[in-house]
Ligand binder design. Structure first.
Ligand code: ATP
Length: 302
């Protein structure tokens, strides 16, 4: 276990009866980073998070969270972690404030109430409302506040922006980056690729209980294929450009506009184009969403 890592998971295996949910998951999350965990429904995101808190017991592999073994010391891990479950079950007989006070007492009363009130204001949540009157989105806000209120070292957030309107989604992303700026590590699962792209330094992609990619968010989009559209003054045979390593010809209409796919650096193509009268040059980098779909589409082979 490196002191630079908040989470180290090796070979994690989990069965639910005969159903195997995790097939040897390996993950490392660095201290102080925002790590986005992406995957389709049923990929194993919630299972992985729940194993980190020993809410369910793994069948194999090892986990270290903040240097601790959650299976041996779950109370210590939970005391230093803020957890937002994917499905939140709240006592319907309490108000929001009573719910938060109850959860705070369970954790040793470390919450800062001025901070709780600020969070409630920013999320536009009335602390005096009975929980039974809350909409799904407002219940999600209670879940977020209880995860954040004791300013934990590590936040494990299972779909933090689920059920929230776009304004509130942005506020939550701000809260996450503020927690990171204050020194916390954030591990969050999401179906919103755009938000992962916005705030996560690194991304892990899980599919069918296996990690298929872990990378810097930027590197993932940078190293992906780009499309380049070139418009020439006179018709040019686009095939000549395919002699440049990494360049594939996608289409050329009358020869004046050529659509290319480029893998890796653009330098070779730009030098080759210097020999022609170029009127226009457009390049498109795929979004994280497009990259992500290459892991999920078709046979699922990346
Ligand atoms: P989602 O994005 O839909 O929340 P997920 O990535 O969080 O999905 P998990 O909830 O971890 O996925 O589920 C992983 C696999 O384990 C799925 O095949 C799911 O059907 C199965 N599974 C999860 N919980 C149970 C359970 N309590 N009993 C049986 N199978 C389960």
């Amino acid at each position: 276990m490196s002191r630079q890592h908040a989470i180290v998971i090796e070979g994690l295996i989990k069965f639910y009866g005969p159903v195997q949910a995790l097939y040897g998951v390996d993950l490392e999350v660095r201290r102080g980073e925002v790590f986005g965990f992406l995957g389709p429904n049923g990929a194993g995101k919630t299972t992985t998070i729940r194993c980190m808190l020993d809410l369910i017991h793994p069948n194999g592999g090892s986990i270290r969270v903040l240097g601790l073994n959650p299976q041996a010391d779950p109370v210590a891990v939970r005391a230093r972690t803020g957890y937002l479950p994917g499905e939140l079950h709240l006592d319907e007989t309490l108000t929001v404030e009573a719910t938060l006070r109850f959860l705070n007492d369970l954790r040793g009363g470390k919450a800062d109430w001025a901070f709780v009130r600020r969070l409630a204001e920013r999320l536009d949540l009335d602390l005096q409302q009975p929980v039974k009157n809350l909409s799904k989105g407002n219940k999600q806000k209670v879940g977020l506040i209880q995860a954040l209120m004791h300013r934990p070292e590590l936040l494990l957030l299972d779909e933090p922006t689920a059920s929230l309107d776009p304004l509130m989604q942005h506020e939550v992303l701000r809260l996450i980056t503020e927690a990171r700026d204050a020194g916390a590590t954030i591990f969050f699962s999401s179906h919103h690729i755009g938000e992962v792209e916005m705030i996560a330094e690194r991304v892990g992609i899980i599919r069918g209980g296996k990690i298929v990619e872990v990378a810097e968010t930027e590197a993932l989009t940078r190293r992906a294929l780009r499309r380049v559209r070139v418009r020439f003054e006179q018709p040019v045979d686009g095939r000549t450009l395919t002699q440049v390593p990494g360049v594939t010809l996608l289409s050329q209409d009358d020869g004046q506009t050529v659509l290319l796919q480029v893998e890796g650096a653009m330098d070779g193509l730009i030098k080759a184009l210097a020999a022609f009268p170029v009127l226009d040059f457009e390049t498109e980098r795929p979004t994280l969403e497009e990259v992500f779909l290459t892991y999920y589409g078709g046979s699922g082979e990346a």
